[in-house]
Design a protein around this ligand. Structure first.
Ligand SMILES: [Zn+2]
Ligand SMILES: [Zn+2]
Length: 570
């Protein structure tokens, strides 16, 4: 009888009430109301008789249950649901519900995260931990923040998708394991990873190790679980890691298979259809370069093998020399202990000097960013005194006075003009009120771009990869406005941001807009993130010449002076 199968037992009923209690806590409901349901859950768990066998009147008469809870139990037994609970669930963002799966973040904390910090997804929460935002709230010390961070990283590692940065250690581990065990074979990374994709679900490799040998090897390795096998392709899932896809081929076909597995399907299909003369079959290809030579194309580096429009550029021999990590001369966009960074300005400057950089732009948060300890006007003046002092000591290295000014809801910047003019440059970014329709977001940014004090537009859409899509903007309008107002567009290099999206770089470059690859560093360790910005920028064919953070100190000073002249005539 079907009905019997559907009947819930007491512990399932208690679970439903525990969930109701949690969700009400998350919504910050009155604790008296919540207590009724948590008492009920507690009592139900202890009952010896199954509620499903009792009459409704008897259920309501149980100590700690009562009429209203009794009705909910009947409802649950007859429909499988409690309308009140369903209602709460449908009024809770999916990302908030997801947080309930993370160890160490209780309902009360989730309430603060959602309602006070205005964070609605797990990825955003992780990003906030990196910015030291949590420790500013009641009940969240530095230790809690660290625990939350670790719990989220553990949780996310089980979800499959990875940021490029997170994929690197997995890729290195596999290459190392295989190269150590099979010394005479070749194995290299291919696919999304080789194309420097900003996020990926699978790590792919081309290898000359026979599938049977690979299987024997991986079956003995702890942490690898066999997934599928299809002729020459073997898949394993890594514990707390991505899917691994191994393409086997004979040595003579290695370069051809590497080529065929590297490009996006758009790229590869276009190539196969339009260049039928390429001979990929007979072992005549020794290196990928031969393939391009065969069909009279300039070599297309792996990171550009995305869209088929690249073929036109390659056949005209117009692929530019793209930027390299070594082309970065400065840290533009960084936070110190004055706002939400963990290192002092001095420590940041020392690290920049040690890294061989020529200058550092300190851009702490502005006063509206209260959660980030944004700077009051008075504190800006104090900070400028400190920077002047440091510049005397550290010359010829130079620290520039900047601010990451919030772009307020109406598009204005966060200080009056007489304060804005005391900065060497201003980075303008949106941090609050991210839920905007495209028209509003675009208008808000346009107003900030038209402000003569705005030097750089920070992280254009506010996206956080794999966790928040960012507000929609009319990219063309924004880029056109930056072109006509001489505003630089940031390519925020944090591996979770990479915002503006590299796909818009060719358009921005065609309009002669300067780009700035900025780490948005909240500590000295954040400096290293510029590399991820460079890798993304390469995909958009950015050159060092068009990147502000590749300007030498002299060039940067000249640029700021010229800009001041144009905007303010002094
Ligand atoms: Zn920012
Ligand atoms: Zn920032």
């Amino acid at each position: 009888m079907l009905v019997l199968h559907l009947r819930m037992d007491n512990s399932q009923i208690a679970d439903a009430f525990s969930l109701l209690v949690k969700i009400m806590d998350i919504h910050g409901e009155n604790s008296f109301k919540i207590k009724t349901y948590s008492n009920a859950a507690f009592q139900i768990e202890k009952l010896e008789e199954q509620l499903s066998n009792m009459l409704p009147a008897d259920v309501s008469a149980i100590r700690g249950i009562g009429d209203s809870t009794g009705k909910k139990i009947s409802e649950l037994l007859s429909t499988g649901k409690i309308a009140l609970l369903e209602n709460y669930i449908s009024n809770t963002p999916a990302g908030i519900l997801e947080m309930m799966n993370i160890k160490g973040i209780g309902a009360k904390k989730i309430n603060i995260i959602w309602k006070e910090m205005e964070i609605e997804s797990v990825g955003e929460l992780l990003y906030a931990c990196n910015e030291n935002r949590l420790s500013r709230y009641k009940g969240f010390g530095a230790k809690t923040e660290q625990n939350v961070k670790e719990a989220i990283e553990f949780y996310l590692s089980k979800q499959g998708f990875l940021l490029y940065k997170e994929a690197i250690p997995f890729s290195e581990t596999i290459l190392q394991l295989l190269r150590q065990e099979f010394k005479t074979n070749d194995t290299v990374a291919t696919g999304d990873f080789r194309r420097q994709a900003e996020t990926l679900e699978e790590l792919e490799f081309v290898t000359t190790i026979l599938p049977a040998d690979l299987k024997t090897f991986f079956d003995q390795q702890p942490g690898f679980h066999f997934a599928t096998e299809e002729s020459t392709v073997l898949k394993y899932r890594m514990e707390s890691g991505p899917m691994i896809k191994l393409h086997w081929c004979e040595k003579k076909n290695f370069a051809a298979i590497l080529f065929l597995t590297t490009g996006s399907s758009n790229f590869t299909n276009f190539f196969l259809q339009n260049y039928p003369n390429a001979d990929l079959q007979n072992g005549s290809i020794h290196e990928e370069l031969n393939i391009f030579e065969q069909v009279g194309l300039a070599y297309i580096p792996p990171y550009l093998r995305e869209d088929n429009s690249i073929f036109e550029i390659a056949s005209a021999n117009k692929i530019p020399t793209t930027i390299l990590p070594s082309d970065i001369k400065a840290i533009i966009h960084s936070h110190s202990t004055w706002s939400d960074g963990v290192n002092t300005i001095r420590q940041m400057a020392d690290e920049a000097i040690k890294s061989g950089l020529e200058y550092l732009v300190i851009s702490d948060h502005s006063r509206t960013a209260v959660y980030a300890n944004g700077l009051s006007i008075e504190r800006i003046q104090q900070q400028h005194i400190e920077i002047n002092e440091l510049n005397k000591i550290l010359a010829p290295f130079k620290i520039f006075k900047s601010v990451e000014s919030d772009i307020l809801t109406d598009g204005s910047l966060d200080y009056p003009d007489e304060i804005l003019q005391t900065f060497d440059l201003v980075i303008a970014s949106v941090h609050a009120g991210l839920k905007m329709p495209e028209e509003k977001a675009t208008a808000r940014l346009l107003k900030a771009i038209e402000n003569p004090f705005t030097t750089i537009l920070g992280h254009m859409t506010g996206r956080l990869l794999l966790s928040r899509s960012g507000y929609p903007v009319d990219h063309k309008k924004i880029i056109d406005a930056c072109a006509s107002n001489g505003v630089v567009i940031e390519l925020n290099a944090h591996p979770r941001r990479l915002d503006m999206d590299w796909r818009w770089l060719p358009y921005a470059l065609s309009k002669n807009v300067l780009i700035s690859i900025d780490p948005d560093a909240h500590s000295i360790h954040g400096f290293k993130d510029v590399t991820y910005g460079v890798l993304a920028a390469q995909k958009g064919m950015l050159t060092a010449k068009a990147n502000l953070s590749s300007f030498t100190l002299k060039e940067f000073e000249a640029y700021l002076a010229e800009r001041r002249e144009i905007k303010f005539g002094n």
